[in-house]
Design a protein around this ligand. Structure first.
Ligand code: NG6
Ligand code: CA
Length: 532
């Protein structure tokens, strides 16, 4: 495709360091001074509540990024089937968005776009990655965290990464670089890829946590390494069985995608992941309480394998998928409690959203289909994860910042891809030319000062879609209508599709034949965006 450029490999030296040097401190002081100046000059400050006007300090920013949580999976969006009191409380105290979009209907491209402000479909190699993939963000590039670091923030990522590590043939037994520390984060405690992909270990900064050098880790996505049993050969050893794929190395009684050997003491216990990473997130907040910080807390919940802690078993009445939602809500509640305890709640901008839409059976026999009952994971929307229909990318999005953000509900069109430019604007950081090219500053919408967000947005599944106002155009694409593995409607169609999202949010009536001019207009706009 002419708009795709091959991913350029790192040319610059790696920049990561967890220590704060004096030079960094001076830069941060200057950045803070610039922030204060920008804040006073900004007309937005004219309307802020008195408490904030008295103390114009940059807010802490916590972005909680769920995995595969659907629009309809949370009480705040109308779910009566699963209880999410902590998320719902944020909606009551903050601003809930009904027209907010993940950049893509799967994980890696959404996360790539979130962090770089660039549509992932502009680059090859940004699809769902295996666990041994190289880092797909060039070290030293301007990113959401690097912009905030430049503004004086301490920046940390805790949780799922799934953007690759290293520069080819990563050795899990040594320093792992490049990684998050080379693209804007000061601190990282991550699951390298996904819960269902090896290696099933945590990486803190550049090292596997708890690794015994006498038991080195080997990973392969091509062939079996070592002699550990696989789910395919030894289903009798499994506590959770695959429904499709996921039949390679068994870790903690669950077979995964990919093969690994070694690292026995370093392996995670799935039931403890939420506790472990939530504690790390809280500890990052505690360590940086005295300064502005940005925490990107990317939970494993509610991705497969769904193995929430036993204390959540039965909490939803819907089996492990519902219980994982309750566990996710618990994690959100722990963040809120920590902010309250440390006196940081009022000046912290807290966002909760999800990387893509929901999926019910995503490869393990975990009763998600059988026990779904009346629950509708995508709410009123059609499709789900991997789908070009709204279920794929219309996600829960709530933002709370008590001293600054108006309470309520917003229908403004906003994208996660806009966080880079919007948070740069908030913190007085210029975005260098060419950086975050697809990210728009929608700060007035995010703060509840404007009902208008973007004019249009592109969404990525198999085909690309473009939403402008009430209209949604899905470009023609051959391919299966329904995924044989997940049973999701994918939105592929050899002809153009046009939906009136206002009259038909469930995308049931394709109006392309009735409105050829509209189709031509939106197709031309999509072409222009592509060629930009
Ligand atoms: C699919 C996996 C699915 C999930 C997805 C990525 C199979 C059969 N299915 O290939 O289980 O891992 O990739 O999910 O292997 S995402 O949220 O990280 O994009
Ligand atoms: Ca996902």
């Amino acid at each position: 495709m002419p708009f795709s450029t091959a991913l350029k490999l790192p040319k610059r030296p790696f920049c990561g360091s967890t220590a704060y040097t004096g030079a960094v401190a001076v830069t941060r002081f200057r950045a803070f001074a610039a922030f204060v100046l920008a804040a006073w000059l900004s007309p937005a400050w004219v309307v802020i509540p008195a408490a904030a006007a008295a103390a114009p300090s940059p807010p802490n920013i916590v972005l909680v990024y769920a995995d595969d949580l659907g629009f309809g999976d949370v009480g705040m969006n109308g779910s009566a089937t699963v209880r999410t009191p902590n998320i719902d409380a944020l909606a009551a105290d903050g601003l809930r968005f009904t027209n907010a979009h993940a950049p893509a209907a799967t994980c890696t491209p959404s996360r790539y776009s979130l962090l770089t402000g660039e549509y992932a479909w502009r680059r090859t190699g940004t699809g769902v990655l295996p666990g041994d993939a190289s880092l797909i963000i060039e070290p030293g590039r301007t990113t959401l965290p690097s912009l905030l670091r430049q503004a004086g923030y301490a920046t940390g990522v805790v949780g799922k990464w799934h953007l690759g590590l290293g520069a080819g043939d990563v050795d899990w037994n040594r320093d792992i670089a490049p990684g998050p520390l080379d693209v804007g984060f000061d601190y990282a405690f991550i699951l390298p890829a996904t819960g269902d992909r090896v290696p099933c270990v945590y990486v803190e900064d550049r090292r596997v946590v708890g690794l015994d050098p006498a038991d080195p880790i080997r990973v392969s996505y091509r062939e079996r390494v070592g002699d550990e049993p696989t789910g395919k050969a030894r289903p009798d050893l499994l506590k959770l069985h695959p429904s499709h794929g996921h039949d390679q190395t068994i870790v903690n009684g669950i077979s995964r995608i990919g093969y690994m050997s070694g690292g026995a003491k370093a392996r995670w216990v799935d039931e403890d992941i939420a506790d472990t990473i939530t504690a790390k997130a809280v500890s990052f907040i505690e360590r940086h309480r005295a300064r502005p910080f940005f925490l990107y807390f990317a939970t494993h919940d509610i991705h497969v394998p769904r193995a929430p802690h036993p204390r959540f078993t039965g909490s939803s009445g819907m089996g492990p998928r519902g219980d994982a939602i309750v566990e996710f809500d618990w994690s959100v509640g722990e963040i809120v409690k920590a902010l309250d305890r440390l006196g940081l709640a009022s000046n912290t901008l807290l966002v909760v959203t999800s990387d893509n839409g929901p999926v019910v059976d995503d490869g393990y026999r975990d009763q998600a289909v059988e026990r779904l009952g009346a629950h509708r994971p995508a709410g009123p929307y059609r499709g789900g994860k991997c789908s070009a229909f709204e279920g794929g990318t219309r996600v829960p999005f709530v933002l709370r910042w008590p001293v600054r953000v108006r309470r309520g509900v917003s229908g403004a069109l906003v994208g996660q891809i806009d966080l880079a430019s919007s948070l740069a604007a908030l913190t007085g950081q210029p975005v260098p030319p060419g950086a975050a090219p697809d990210s728009q500053n929608v700060l007035p919408a995010l703060l509840g000062q404007s009902r208008e967000g973007r004019e249009w947005i592109v969404e990525q599944a198999g085909p690309l879609s473009l939403i402008k106002g009430r209209w949604k155009y899905i470009e023609p694409r051959d391919g299966p209508r329904v995924s044989t593995s997940t049973n999701t409607e994918l939105g592929n169609d050899p002809g153009p599709q046009l939906f009136d999202l206002k009259a038909d949010p469930g995308e049931r009536r394709n109006l392309a034949a009735a409105h050829p001019d509209r189709v031509a207009e939106l197709a031309a706009l999509l072409t222009r965006v592509r060629e930009r």
